[in-house]
Design a protein. Structure first.
Length: 177
């Protein structure tokens, strides 16, 4: 059975933990005060951020103040670990439509959560998602793998160096055309 939250009255994103061990969630307050927490993987958060960016590029975003969800209830009405999501844009009411499926739901079933996010909230949430995703571990300039505090043996250096290659060296090593 699908819970239709309608157009969200409030939505925000949070990250918990230190980089490399973070947990991510999207908190939503629906049109009629239903609340939902969607637990996401970092890749899902990145994909959502990219989708929001594309919508904003095509429609133009509105600036909006950040949503204050300090009063968000614990526990929420729905607590969902997202397995897959679908994102679309409805030009009729200028909202982003999100369908979220539980991690354990079957492939062909209806979504567990259906919600809409207004363009002002999309702009605000897009900025927040970029901050969260960008707040992770730095990546190796050669292979793009996140760096751990325990060290990193870069596969592009054939395991011979545990030292990071400075960014200015990367430009020197590019093929000449």
């Amino acid at each position: 059975m699908t819970l239709d939250l309608g157009t969200a009255r409030g939505v925000d994103a949070k990250a918990f933990g230190k980089p490399g061990e973070r947990t991510f969630q999207l908190r939503v307050i629906g049109r009629t005060e239903e609340t939902a927490v969607l637990w996401l993987e970092k890749q899902q958060l990145q994909a959502l951020s990219l989708a929001f960016g594309q919508v904003l590029a095509q429609t133009g975003g509105e600036d909006a103040p950040a949503t204050d969800l300090s009063f968000f209830p614990d526990p929420p009405d729905v607590d969902l670990h997202v397995g897959r999501m679908a994102v679309g844009y409805d030009p009729a009411d200028k909202t982003v439509v999100i369908q979220a499926h539980d991690l354990t739901s079957d492939e062909d079933g209806d979504p567990d959560i259906l919600m809409r996010i207004g363009s002002a909230d999309v702009a605000q949430l897009s900025t927040r998602l970029k901050e969260i995703v960008g707040g992770g571990r730095p990546t190796c300039p050669l292979c793009g793998v996140p760096l751990d505090s325990s060290g990193h043996t870069c596969i592009r250096s054939n395991g011979h160096s545990k030292e990071d290659v400075p960014r200015d060296r990367l430009e020197d090593d590019e093929p000449q055309t």
